[in-house]
Design a protein around this ligand. Structure first.
Ligand SMILES: NC(=O)C1=CN([C@@H]2O[C@H](COP(=O)(O)OP(=O)(O)OC[C@H]3O[C@@H](n4cnc5c(N)ncnc54)[C@H](O)[C@@H]3O)[C@@H](O)[C@H]2O)[C@@H](O)CC1
Ligand SMILES: Nc1ncnc2c1ncn2[C@@H]1O[C@H](COP(=O)(O)OP(=O)(O)O)[C@@H](O)[C@H]1O
Length: 372
């Protein structure tokens, strides 16, 4: 805890009318591993840190206190880097997989999105449109019959396939599993709803599907109390919870979160489930099964809008379909998603931009990344 003279100096710095407050290494009053505030921290406009990005600059109160973070290199022996307890790196701008001249729409595999319910007809559409814009050739958008016509009106590119019923239930599984034959990767969860029958069906589907599976939104809700389903999966698994969903998933109390327990819990879950766990927030963390992680620095508060996570899940699905490994697909997907969010904010402003604008900006963002 900062107190006494140090605390008084922090109060003076925060009250000053200085044009810029630059923190060196980490703003005083922030725990460098967890981002927890240890009393009132310095609120810097910029933080210059050295060698490796410190996690506390990207988590909890640390994100607000650090302002813009600059990681500068210092020359020190490689062995110190190798011995570092946590291997964290900032996500670099991705290189897009080359689009072969001879490709056809099935070259990058067939992907599926199982999403939507009568209350949520937007989520499946956001996910599918983001996946298509990221380059996927063939998407099967699998939704309940109750919303299929609405979804068909909203999207043109994906093949919309309906299963019987208002919401996903176990009775629909044989039909869905037939549709998933030859499917290399699937996304399940956006807007599925939380009907108990749906939650039961999600768990069975996660077990039965043998391709790469991204679980988002309500599919994560289904896993609460049933994490063993994830441990038993043989194929790659990607989980994309926001902080609220993650806390519920692993049973973290607000006190655990307050004490900075989120990252270590994510590392434990990633290891136990051999899964990639992407913790969404202002600065999202992609945690790998070996405990190492990517820190995403793109994106802005204009993205705190409905459907942004659905679009992210679609982008990750598309990259997986194109052969990018699940860990990189997730980290790079988040980078691209944030970059598109920043482009949308340029045009519309943070207040007014929404998920449709992010998806629209995605095309130019990817074009720019491809141009190098
Ligand atoms: N138009 C649509 O059809 C939409 C459908 N959606 C679907 O709605 C379902 C429910 O999703 P929700 O996220 O609302 O469910 P939750 O109710 O599980 O999570 C939202 C709550 O979590 C808490 N929270 C804590 N940390 C948070 C963080 N970092 N980011 C966001 N919330 C945080 C907030 O208090 C918030 O009220 C999902 O299936 C989702 O895909 C949403 O994506 C919104 C748009
Ligand atoms: N303040 C913010 N700064 C940067 N990115 C943000 C911010 N708020 C939200 N996001 C991003 O937007 C997405 C929101 O996802 P999520 O909460 O699942 O939304 P939804 O459930 O509405 O689809 C995440 O990728 C998150 O990182």
């Amino acid at each position: 805890m900062v107190s006494g003279i140090a605390g008084d100096i922090i109060e003076i710095v925060n009250a000053s009318l200085a044009h810029a407050v630059v923190a060196v290494d980490i703003p005083s009053g922030i725990d460098c591993d967890t981002g927890m505030a240890l009393g009132t921290p310095v609120f810097a406009s910029d933080t210059v840190t050295f060698g490796l990005p410190k996690l506390g600059l990207y988590m909890g109160a640390g994100t607000e206190a650090a302002g813009e973070v600059h990681v500068e290199q210092l020359i020190y022996p490689d062995i110190l880097l190798e011995q570092s307890a946590i291997h964290a790196q900032l996500t670099e701008p991705p290189e897009f997989p080359e689009r072969m001249r001879t490709m056809h729409k099935a070259t990058y595999g067939k992907v599926a999105i199982i999403a939507g319910s009568p209350d949520y007809t937007g989520a499946p559409v956001f996910a599918a449109e983001a996946a298509l814009t990221t380059g996927t050739g063939t998407i099967h958008l699998i939704v309940p019959q109750s919303i299929a016509d609405v979804v068909r009106v909203k999207v043109d590119g994906p093949i919309v396939q309906a299963f019987a019923g208002d919401v996903l239930t176990v009775e629909a599984l044989p039909h869905i599993l037939e549709l998933l034959e030859d499917t290399t990767a699937a996304l399940i969860g956006p807007g599925l709803g939380r009907d108990p029958r749906t939650l039961e069906a999600v768990l069975l589907l996660a077990t039965a599907f043998k391709g790469t599976l991204i679980l988002d939104g309500d599919a994560l809700f289904a896993c609460v109390g049933h994490l063993d389903v994830l441990w038993k999966r043989d194929a790659p698994t990607i989980l994309t919870p926001h902080s609220g969903e993650f806390a519920r998933l692993v049973g973290l109390t607000p006190e655990d979160v307050e004490k900075g327990g989120t990252l270590s819990s994510a590392q434990t879950l990633a290891a136990q489930a051999s899964a990639v766990v992407h913790l969404k927030g202002h600065r999202s963390l992609t945690v790998l099964p070996d405990g190492s992680l990517y820190i995403n620095t793109t994106g802005n508060p204009g993205m705190a809008k409905p459907g942004m996570g659905d679009a992210l899940a679609g982008i990750i699905l598309s990259l997986v379909a194109r052969g990018v490994a699940p860990d990189l697909a997730t980290a790079q997907g988040a980078f691209i998603h944030g970059l598109a969010g920043d482009a949308a904010a340029e045009v519309m402003g943070e207040e007014s931009m929404g998920t449709p604008e992010l998806i629209m900006a995605l095309a130019a963002t990817i074009k720019e990344l491809n141009a190098g």
